[in-house]
Write a protein that binds this ligand. Structure first.
Ligand code: GLN
Length: 334
């Protein structure tokens, strides 16, 4: 899907700070106007309330590790964070139980299968494989510190709000819509439990997981949360340390291999940045040390990733020279 963007930009690889504000601001506006009228993709409807989203909504935000903020379009439109919560809950769990334990208990390899695959669990003898698919995310949420589901929820709510720099609230309508239709996630949790992979009651883990997915955010919140990871775990505005630099690094590593489900390889090949998407149409892409892009546009590709969001990130990654693997101007140009 990125072929048509090949001629967009040919900039040099960026190994330091981003260009001056006027240039970044113009590029963010250009990313919006370039793709605003693209109509590919399909709005998710397997969670009934998500089908009500407006397909034309399109917001983009970019926040630098310095705190410089740029937003265009429907950046104030709120939507449920969905799978993007997985990245930040994983960071909280890494911070709490450490690198070795998450590696052993969750895993860091891509399943190559859709995010809600049951067969992936079965094929891997109960291993949830990675924290960015539903099985691994439910298993990760189950490892959040707390001696009750409500204590675990408080830990997540507080942690994700600290990443955003403001108190996030749950969209109760989204929570209700998903909790009453999520037989599949309940089945995944029961299956994990049958392999003795969950330290808590499977339905409690699904409930807390469903609530975390229903937290309402904007594209600017996503950019801020991502910029905190880009900034080594320190919130760019408040200066508060949210997670350690090692945890920020480990989280970005898993996003690079697993953030866009079975399309993660193509994404990395084209864009060269760790990222995470969600079925409501959000996406966050992180340029370590530099900043993050948050985008919102509900129509999705078949894997469940925002189509306009991917295109906007691709454009900005190329225009700003953000591809992690480019080491000179020729490589970044296409
Ligand atoms: N809450 C959604 C689910 O569990 C999240 C999926 C997603 O965003 N890919 O199905």
């Amino acid at each position: 899907m990125f072929e048509s963007d090949a001629s967009t930009v040919a900039q040099q690889a960026n190994t330091g700070a981003l260009p001056p504000a006027s240039e970044v601001s113009a590029l963010v506006r250009e990313a919006h106007s370039r793709y605003a009228s693209h109509s590919e993709g399909k709005v998710a409807d397997y969670i009934p309330i998500l089908a009500r989203a407006q397909a034309e909504h399109f917001g983009i935000s970019l926040i630098e590790a310095t705190g410089a903020t740029y937003s265009v379009g429907d950046w104030q439109q709120s939507f449920s964070i969905q799978s993007i919560s997985k990245a930040f809950v994983f960071a909280l769990v890494c911070d709490a139980i450490g690198h070795e334990a998450v590696h052993r208990r969750i895993g860091v390899n891509n399943t190559g299968l859709p995010f809600n695959s049951v067969i992936a669990v079965e094929l891997n003898r109960g291993s949830p494989m990675n924290p960015m698919v539903n099985a691994g995310a439910i298993a990760t949420t189950a490892l959040i510190p707390g001696d009750s589901p409500s204590a675990q929820w408080d830990y997540i709510h507080n942690g994700l709000s600290r990443f955003a720099g403001r108190e996030l609230r749950v969209d109760e309508l989204v929570y209700e819509s998903e909790i009453s239709t999520n037989q599949r996630n309940r089945s995944i949790a029961e299956l994990l439990d049958s392999y003795e992979r969950l330290p808590v009651d499977p339905l409690d883990a699904v409930d807390v997981y469903t609530r975390q997915c229903a937290l309402a955010v904007t594209s600017q919140d996503l950019a801020m949360m991502g910029a905190t990871l880009a900034d080594g775990g320190v919130h760019p505005i408040s200066g508060e340390r949210i997670v350690s630099a090692e945890v920020a690094r480990d989280t970005l590593t898993v996003l690079a291999s697993c953030g866009l489900y079975e399309r993660s390889g193509e994404w990395l090949f084209e864009i060269g940045l760790p990222a995470k998407s969600g079925v409501s149409g959000g996406i966050v892409a992180i340029a370590p040390g530099k900043g993050a892009i948050g985008a919102y546009s509900p129509p999705l590709d078949p894997a469940g990733n925002s189509v306009r969001g991917q295109r906007a990130c691709a454009y900005l990654s190329r225009a700003l020279g953000l591809n992690l693997f480019a080491s000179n101007a020729q490589q970044q140009a296409r």
